[in-house]
Unconditional design. Structure first.
Lengths: 314, 617
């Protein structure tokens, strides 16, 4: 276990983007032991001092949509423009065995001599349908080390609503012809993402159909007032053919700058922190504990006030 | 991914070997050996030139043209089946659709210009090695055949009679295992369905064109490291499956050697295997009779059952978009990984008996194994490696650089335009372009591909009775470590035989480990990078190329340089005893060989090694 005085050294290494320091920090934030908690807290504080942080992007969408290939294409495009990239690939754990196969790494092209691209796989670790509890802290570590951080999650459901509390931009990856994702959007089961990428645009007609269908869904969302402004950017990409990748990068960057300009970014990060702190607290004290403290609403309010004062770690 | 050529793997795996083989064949031809009877079997060793650099077609045609020989008399076979590379052997570079275009280029060229050439061996062999059941073997090979024939028909805009000529030139390379009655029926079923496919889908009517032609290498998967002398019986019995039935008798039989689970066979071991088919052909009365199974109800019923099931699966693959789509989605690979997992579990539990392995394991002292030293296997002469490298270098030094460069450029432009790759490659061969240069040019145009591993979504097949206790152990260990036990499973080097690594990854997951599966073809530096970034507690390596003595220490060094000297490393592969001891002396925690068939106890070991590495009681 890392000692308290080495935390500063790890944090410095993370800020410098050193591969082994980033890995050690991730090992630590994944550590569930009670005695590790204060160390994780100190690491978070030490990393929090090192702003500005990297921009955090969630890549989400149904299995088979090509998220890993897209992450690989995005990473290599960003590396070419001199940005460093961290990827957190989240895969589900088996409920029965507790084990997991983390297979996304091989779909992303890395070079040992390039420390500017870092990939970490993470199993959900049995969190029912959701993201692993260490995800926010892992994302924070990566954001302290790299310019751009991608969090890749599988499936449509619980983890998608959670991911928006962890990242600054949610990119929803759709595969033409699958239909389910659009159904989820239409039915309002899923929040409207910040950017929509229609992958496999090489499928031609099916991709165009998906785009038209999407425009209809977004149009009715705008009419219903559930999406503001012009709604999310919709980008046609082909990760396999490396087409449209620059457009997608541009769409992400647009969302990033507009959020920074409007101040929405700070608020979004703060709300995310409140959500995750609330969950962590609930895990520790349980429903009854929350009730004793005045119920969910009250506890949330108090947490938010505390975090706004700058007192509280994720 | 651009892998540097590993000197240590020359002779064991990869391109240099083939280049040199082809190179020396050409040199022999140049000396004036009669090209008129040139006939080279390019099936097994030459297929490693991934993605259809069919050196033989190209280089032979180039050679024949240089010597003024009519290419129409050239005879030979190229394997040219890329699908089984994605599914089993791992020697591929380009994405499936692009590879299929190269496959059909080769076929179209051969049918039109080298009509006596067999331009493709549809390889069901490798599917069985990857765990395929007889039904799967038949179904997925026929699915590949459909993809190839459809692609050729479309690319060449072929008429019905032209596609018939293509159909006739396609042959099969099959496998035969120990259940030889089933194997007889599998081949009869394949023959039935091949004929049906030819008639119904491609309008072939000529009875001769519709006949199934195949060569065989009998099963290596079932050869055992324990009591290896028993493999001689296995090889004989497996040969019966492909020779007894005259209607579906193999055209060419390749038999493995008794000691292949120990290492590379020596010339004498190979001769012993060769004599097996000669004894059958010369001393028995088998060849005097028509098909001895005609009219057998048992054979008919089993044949019918396999054919029906296989055809249903062919239709399922078509429903899912065909063989290419099913390779891309991982559907076929997942089915194979599942079948292999089931087979391994049956052996572990004793439901499938393997003599000397899970029953009758007691043995007298073996005279065959008593030699000492490296064991009864071939050891490679390190000087041969240097000689081959020097030979390739000399070849390159002797050519006209300018002409070579121009032909590479022409190749690049032509392939980008969609031209047939073969004439361009023949021009390149004449200009002295090497396989490596050829591949690099095509990589730029066609891109590269990583096939689905089949393990990520593979269903749980479960393990033997020990799995629950291992799970409990792994879970408890994770609690004490603070996070779940995480292991990296990878294959250093160019060897693409991933079946073993896949089964380890799958069972490790089912035993509660978090498994980072790195797939095939990693450099030691890449494996070390993954081990660091992923924060793994243990690294498992699989090496089947025979290059373990070089690759494993390189990985150990890379891990040490990355600050992971304390992470235990285990190695699996066909590793002779003396090598295993040497690797352990270099710090490898455990070496597993084919005799360690009980995956459950390997999993228990892994947990134990992690526990000890962390000094936990």
């Amino acid at each position: 276990m890392d000692s308290a005085d080495s935390i500063e050294a790890i944090a410095a290494g993370v800020r410098g983007g050193e591969r082994s320091a980033v890995a050690r920090a991730l090992n630590l934030v994944e550590d569930r032991r009670a005695e590790s908690r204060p160390l994780i807290g100190s690491l978070m504080v030490a990393l929090g001092a090192g702003r500005p942080e990297g921009h955090r992007v969630g890549l989400t969408g149904p299995p088979g949509a090509g998220k890993s290939t897209l992450a690989s294409a995005l990473a290599s495009s960003l590396r070419k423009t001199g940005h460093t990239v961290g990827v957190l690939a989240v895969d589900p754990s088996s409920k029965r065995s507790g084990g997991a196969l983390l297979g996304d790494r091989i779909r992303i092209e890395t070079r040992p001599e390039d420390p500017g691209l870092f990939i970490r796989s993470l199993a959900t670790g049995g969190e029912l349908g959701g993201l692993a509890r260490s995800v926010p802290a892992s994302v924070m570590v990566l954001a302290a080390a790299f310019d751009r951080v991608f969090v890749e999650t599988v499936g449509v459901g619980q983890s998608e609503t959670e991911i928006e509390h962890v990242v600054d931009t949610v990119v929803f990856v759709v595969q033409p012809g699958s239909g389910d994702a659009l159904q989820f959007l239409k039915a309002g089961i899923m929040e409207i993402p910040d950017v929509i990428a229609i992958n496999k645009s090489d499928l031609g007609e099916a991709a165009l159909r998906a785009k038209n269908e999407l425009s209809m869904v977004l149009g009715s969302a705008r009419n219903a007032g559930t999406v503001g402004g012009t709604g999310p950017d919709v980008v046609m990409v082909s990760a396999a053919r490396r087409e449209g990748i620059d457009d997608l990068v541009a769409a992400i960057e647009r969302h990033r700058s507009s959020q920074r300009a409007s101040g929405a970014l700070a608020e979004r990060r703060l709300q995310g922190q409140v959500e995750w702190t609330l969950r962590a607290l609930a895990r520790r004290v349980g429903d009854e504990g929350i009730e004793r403290e005045g119920g969910w609403g009250a506890v949330r309010e108090r947490l938010e006030a505390r975090i706004r004062r700058g007192d509280g770690t994720p | 991914m651009n892998l540097p050529l590993k000197d240590s793997e020359v002779n064991a795996v990869g391109h240099a070997e083939e280049l040199t083989l082809i190179h020396s064949a050409l040199v022999a031809l140049r000396r004036g050996d009669p090209a008129a009877k040139l006939q080279i079997q390019g099936s097994a060793p030459f297929s490693k030139v991934a993605d259809v650099f069919n050196d033989l077609v190209e280089q032979n045609v180039a050679m024949a043209e240089e010597r003024g020989v009519d290419t129409r008399i050239l005879q030979g076979t190229t394997q040219n089946d890329i699908m089984k590379e994605y599914l089993s052997r791992g020697t591929y570079i380009f994405p499936p659709a692009q590879s299929l275009k190269l496959t059909s280029d080769t076929i179209l060229f051969a049918v039109r210009n080298v009509p006596n050439w067999n331009p493709m061996n549809l390889c069901s062999y490798h599917l069985q090695e990857a765990g395929a059941t007889p039904v799967q073997e038949v179904a997925y090979t026929l699915s590949t055949a459909i993809a190839v024939l459809d692609s050729v028909r479309e690319a060449g805009k072929l008429t019905e009679s032209e596609i018939g000529a293509v159909f006739e030139r396609l042959s099969f390379f099959v496998n035969a295992g120990m259940r030889f009655v089933e194997e007889v029926c599998k081949l009869r079923a394949l023959s039935l369905l091949w004929e049906r496919l030819g008639r119904d889908r491609y309008g072939v009517t000529d009875a001769k064109a519709l006949r199934l032609r195949y060569g065989v290498q009998v099963n290596s998967l079932g050869l055992t490291e324990a009591q290896p002398e028993n493999n001689v019986y296995r090889i004989l019995i497996e040969m019966l499956g492909v020779t007894l039935s005259k209607n579906v008798r193999a055209r060419a039989v390749q038999l493995p050697a008794w000691n292949e689970a120990l290492g590379l066979p020596r010339p004498w071991d190979q001769q012993w295997s060769l004599r097996c088919q000669q004894v059958l052909a010369c001393e028995t009365d088998l060849l005097e009779y028509p098909d001895i199974f005609d009219g057998s109800r048992v054979i008919e019923e089993l044949t019918r059952a396999i054919a029906d099931e296989a055809w249903a699966e062919v239709e399922e693959v078509q429903r899912l978009g065909g063989a290419v789509a099913c390779v891309q989605s991982g559907y076929i690979k997942e089915r194979l990984v599942e079948s292999n997992a089931l087979r391994i579990r049956q052996i572990e539990e004793g439901a499938r008996k393997v003599v000397g392995v899970n029953c009758y394991t007691e043995s007298e002292r073996s005279e065959l194994l008593a030699g000492g030293g490296a064991g009864p296997i071939l050891t490679l002469d390190p000087a041969a490696e240097a000689a081959q490298v020097a030979s390739v270098r000399a070849w390159r030094a002797a050519r006209d650089e300018n002409a070579a460069g121009q032909s590479i450029e022409a190749l690049r432009r032509g392939v980008a335009r969609g031209d047939n790759v073969i004439p361009l490659s023949i021009a390149a061969a004449k200009a002295g372009v090497t396989t490596g240069e050829w591949g690099a040019a095509l990589r730029e145009v066609l891109g590269e591909f990583r096939a689905p591993t089949g393990v990520a979504r593979g269903a749980t097949v479960g393990g033997d009775r020990t799995i629950e206790s291992v799970r409990a152990k792994v879970r408890a260990l994770g609690e004490r470590l603070g996070r779940n036990v995480k292991v990296l499973v990878g294959k250093p080097g160019l060897d693409g035989h991933s079946n073993g690594a896949e089964q380890i990854a799958l069972r490790a997951r089912d035993s509660g480990f978090e498994v980072v599966y790195q797939g095939i073809r990693s450099t030691p530096a890449q494996l070390a990078q993954s081990a660091v970034e992923e924060g793994v507690h243990l690294v498992g390596l699989s090496v089947l190329s025979g290059s373990h003595n070089e690759l494993v220490p390189e990985v150990m060094d890379a891990l040490r340089a990355a600050g992971l000297a304390r992470v235990p490393v285990v190695v699996g592969g066909i590793i002779p005893e003396a090598d295993a001891r040497a690797l352990e002396a270099r710090g490898v925690a455990r070496v597993y060989t084919p005799k360690d068939f009980a995956l459950g106890s390997i999993m228990d070991d892994l947990a134990e090694l992690v526990r000890r590495a962390h000094g936990l009681s």
